[in-house]
Design a protein around this ligand. Sequence first.
Ligand code: NDP
Ligand code: 2IT
Length: 460
Amino acid sequence: MTTILESKTAETTIANSYINEVFETVKKRNANESEFHQAVKEIFDSLAPVFAKHPQYMEHSILERIVEPERIIIFRVPWVDDNGKVQVNRGFRVQFNSAIGPYKGGLRFHPSVNLSIIKFLGFEQILKNSLTGQPIGGGKGGSDFDPKGKSDGEIMRFTQSFMMELSRHIGPDIDVPAGDIGVGAREIGYMFGQYRRIRGAYEAGVLTGKGLGYGGSLTRTEATGYGVVYFVQEMLKDKGLDFKGSTVVVSGSGNVSIYAIDKATQLGAKVVACSDSNGYIYDPNGINLETVKRLKEVERKRISEYVNEHHEALYIEGCSGIWSIPCDIALPCATQNEIDSTSAKTLVSNGVKAVVEGANMPSTLDAIDVFLKNNILFGPAKAANAGGVAVSALEMAQNSARLSWKFEEVDEKLQQIMKNIYQNSVKAAEEYGYPGNLVVGANIAGFLKVANAMVTQGVI
Ligand code: NDP
Ligand code: 2IT
């Protein structure tokens, strides 16, 4: 197991042993949940200096409480496919922490979804949402349903059945889901329709990522990808660098990747590669984003088809090879654990300057170690990809006010939020003795606000 922080003082040693003890309980109580253990381990390792400085959080058993979701809902989702056959999937919603606001976080539809994955995502979401500075708690949900190859009718029937049960547990002041892998505008539309029909009321703020014609916010579609790039901009600026003339590799070709490619290109970078779950494309001329958008968003095809239209581009089967392409900036925007220590070492030996996470937990703990030890600028997911949920909270604010803000207005707020997250993370890392370590900084800055709210609100 990797240790991000080493013991520096006697207080840190006491804090470390408290943290280790709670971590052992987490492993025992949540056996076989490796992704959840990984997310907890990364956060716990960052918090030693906090417990060393403020032992009162130990007295209030904050760690023991924060790792236990307030509520987990697991449910059957039956639906009828186009051949008239009944299919059954499993639905999840983990309502992790509501100390600073209603549960907030996306829904993931992917065959790999299980409780461990939803819990790791929900746990990270608590601190991410806190970092945005907005009043939102942490939650996550989804299903092992595979949207690939399904007709619109099948997607609609599945999402309606999913919402039939989920609707009992959510609401604009209770829990506000949004999209994630496999859940975009189409799925949110069907889910909103079904929720509205069940409730018999127009509660616009129950879901975010809605269409612009029925309560959605301008900039929400772009927010995560744009936010990642705004975050990188801040990191580069501090080192006297910028995107202009840089070579960038972005994994994935979904919502986060597409808008990260878009903004990085606008800022003068050349994005030479992107991928999907089958393989990656390398285009020495720079990725043609219109082709990627059409293939992935409209036609829902494989990224391999890109090379049929762009003859100088190459398609290579398998995803991890994308990290062998030399680049200045790497933006993993596909899924968890897509960069292991081998890929991290390859990136480092090819001269990467910055690695910033658009996906949730795309780097293994060992990969993070490689980046930190080699002084690579490393932007952790919960800070760098918080722009999506931040604009979701702005969508909730607009829904409550029954107003719609202009694109530029929301984009301006997004830029300010990403700057604040960066600065607060830098400040926390410095204050707690790990200057320049944004993993530690983001975890501490996100944690403190939630921990203080939990202490103030008593043992609940
Ligand atoms: P999409 O479904 O739009 O796109 C996902 C992309 O990643 C696709 O290209 C997909 O390939 C690829 N992918 C998915 N699963 C795997 C896998 N197991 N192995 C390899 N590639 C995979 O999702 P998003 O862009 O919304 O999400 C991407 C990441 O960003 C996730 O980690 C998500 O949690 C995170 N995120 C998303 C936010 C949002 O607002 N949407 C906000 C913050 C974080 P294929 O086409 O083959 O399925
Ligand atoms: O991981 C994430 O932050 C998201 N999928 C977005 C969550 C949201 O509520 O907008």
